[in-house]
Design a binder for this molecule. Structure first.
Ligand SMILES: *Cc1c(COP(=O)(O)O)cnc(C)c1O
Length: 238
């Protein structure tokens, strides 16, 4: 005789538990920084995880998710959004101009506006969609890494102005991904300085390893993946 199976349906899933832990850590970091807990929004980064792996987070009540590829998001999110129409999807990876139309159909927020050709295409496709625009953030390459997307810090002010004035884009904030091998704090501080002088209130910064530091330095959105969903397979080289 085998033992009765555990009551899996009533036990919280590992994803739900880790989500609650991250939310609690954000609340603590907010309290330590003298910020209200509602000041920081958690984006659960579900890239590489399939719909089945994401469902426990939705079932636990989480609604804000991040994906880094349009094609991957297109394969799993229409189904999930049909079940959870109030789920909010954030694009946190590079956007090719030929994917802008698809991205506008899927994503509520785009964090990776980083070049004039993309600004132009976004403006064109937003007009085509009768003005229905996503929320937009400009990605800044704070570490000036050649392989990384984002505008250079010294070019950020002019690029933000161009997006707003020449293309009428509703830029609301900035996003950065600090160099992996450096302390993140100076990069978060730089992003905050650029945002302040441009009158931008939204700061998308902080990942699994450094989101508490980001909260201390003013993040309004943290993008946390592996601390919630577990490790991802390594990205193939090349
Ligand atoms: C993958 C990714 C994240 C989440 O990274 P973790 O270290 O797993 O939390 C955050 N931001 C961007 C842009 C990403 O591509």
């Amino acid at each position: 005789m085998s033992a009765a199976p555990p009551a899996a349906s009533s036990a919280p899933s590992p994803v739900a538990l880790r989500l609650a832990e991250v939310e609690a850590a954000i609340a603590r970091a907010c309290r330590d920084a003298g910020r209200p807990a509602e000041a920081v929004k958690l984006i659960a980064v579900s890239k590489t995880f399939d719909a089945e792996a994401i469902r426990p987070a939705l079932a636990a009540g989480h609604r804000r998710f991040g994906e880094n590829r349009v094609q991957e998001a297109k394969a799993k999110w229409p189904e999930l959004k049909a079940e959870y129409p109030d789920a909010e999807l954030h694009l946190i990876g590079p956007l090719q101009t030929n994917k802008v139309r698809e991205a506008l159909a899927l994503f509520d927020v785009i964090h990776t506006l980083d070049r004039p050709s993309l600004a132009k295409e976004l403006a064109k496709e937003i007009a085509r969609a009768d003005g229905k625009a996503p929320r937009l953030m400009v990605q800044v390459n704070t570490g000036e890494e050649p392989q990384k997307a984002g505008v250079a810090p010294l070019e950020a002010d002019a690029f933000i102005r161009m997006c707003r004035e020449d293309y009428g884009l509703p830029v609301e904030g900035l996003m950065c991904i600090p160099p992996a091998e450096e302390p993140a704090a100076p990069h978060f501080a730089l992003l905050s300085t650029i945002a302040r002088r441009n009158g931008l209130a939204t700061l998308s910064m902080g990942m699994s390893g450094d989101y508490e530091t980001a909260v201390a330095l003013g993040a309004t959105h943290v993008r946390v993946g592996s601390a919630i969903f577990g490790g991802r397979p390594p990205i193939p080289a090349g």
